[in-house]
Design a protein around this ligand. Structure first.
Ligand code: NCC
Length: 276
């Protein structure tokens, strides 16, 4: 199959991805109880139209990058899971506009999630690996992690902080696009938080700079910039189709190879700009 051009892939992302968050009108969430927990404001209204955005991967190669000031110069910054800023400002910055967390983090590490003040900034979005193209009812009955109780606990303690649940369709719509643009069969597991966050920001922003998703000259087997833990799979993937995600992001890059080498930096256009 002929490789689609970057413009064609952007159109696929724009046309095929459902960027909606769960609302109280979505099937099983249609109860008076859920209505009190789910944010009433549409996330696009909450965030407004964003200009230049930064996505900060949690990779070990963020260490010694000195990218903090550049990252903070963006209008909005997205971080993942438990990635801290405190103590790492010089390399990763301190602004957090959005945090994308997986359902495992908020369930297995619930106590930390509820009490650690680092989660109290900006807007949070949680996602859960759903069965392939499951509908909302199927997913609600059989989520990968039963994160709904920790979501409610957090919402009770921080009712004013915007905290959304990503619809379960988007991950598989994105997976389909990854598969269609990959020369081999990819593993039938959902994309990483990193890839989901990148396309979310492409939806909200005019332009997205992604840091250390494509590794720079600082590439390392240290999994995270904030932990002493070595594992090659963190960068290349085992469960998530990370390698294929990274190939697609490379294909869409509008920046230079020097920026990748020096800063692990990739520049992607917002989907609003896509000419379909
Ligand atoms: O490690 P994790 O991801 O939180 O990293 C966030 C995103 O950064 C990109 N990344 C990370 C490390 C690295 N060396 N290179 C990278 O490119 C990836 O895009 C990654 O998605 C996840 O995707 O949600 C993941 O979450 C962790 C873990 O659940 C959370 O950190 C919470 O503790 C998973 N690790 C384990 O389950 C052990 C990881 O597989 C995926």
């Amino acid at each position: 199959t002929a490789k689609l051009s970057p413009e064609q892939v952007l159109c696929q992302l724009r046309k095929k991805l459902d960027f909606r968050m769960i609302t109280a009108s979505d099937g099983p969430f249609n109860t008076t109880e859920w209505e009190t927990y789910l944010p009433k404001k549409n996330i696009s209204m909450e965030l407004g139209k964003l200009g230049r955005c930064a996505v900060v991967s949690s990779a070990g190669s963020m260490k010694q990058s000195h990218l903090g000031a550049e990252i903070d110069s963006h209008d909005a910054v997205l971080r993942f899971n438990g990635a801290p800023t405190k103590g790492f400002q010089v390399d990763v910055g301190e602004k957090t506009t959005l945090r994308l967390v997986n359902s495992q983090l908020i369930t297995v590490e619930e106590k930390k999630f509820i009490t650690d003040v680092q989660y109290n900034f900006g807007t949070i979005i949680v996602w859960d690996p759903s069965p392939y193209h499951a509908n909302i009812d199927e997913w609600f009955r059989k989520p990968d992690y039963y994160f709904f109780e920790s979501y409610k606990h957090y919402r009770k303690r921080h009712p004013k902080q915007p905290f959304y649940i990503l619809n379960p369709f988007m991950q598989w719509q994105l997976w389909d696009i990854l598969q269609e643009n990959s020369p081999e069969d990819i593993q039938p597991n959902p994309p990483s938080s990193g890839m989901l966050g990148i396309v979310l920001m492409m939806n909200f922003c005019d332009e997205v700079d992604v840091y250390e998703f494509l590794p720079s000259k600082r590439q390392t087997d240290i999994c995270h910039y904030y932990q002493k833990f070595f594992d090659q799979a963190c960068t290349l993937g085992a469960y998530h189709p990370l390698l294929f995600e990274k190939n697609m992001v490379k294909h869409l890059n509008q920046g230079t190879d020097e920026d990748i080498y020096n800063y692990g930096k990739v520049t992607l256009p917002g989907l609003r700009k896509a000419q379909c």
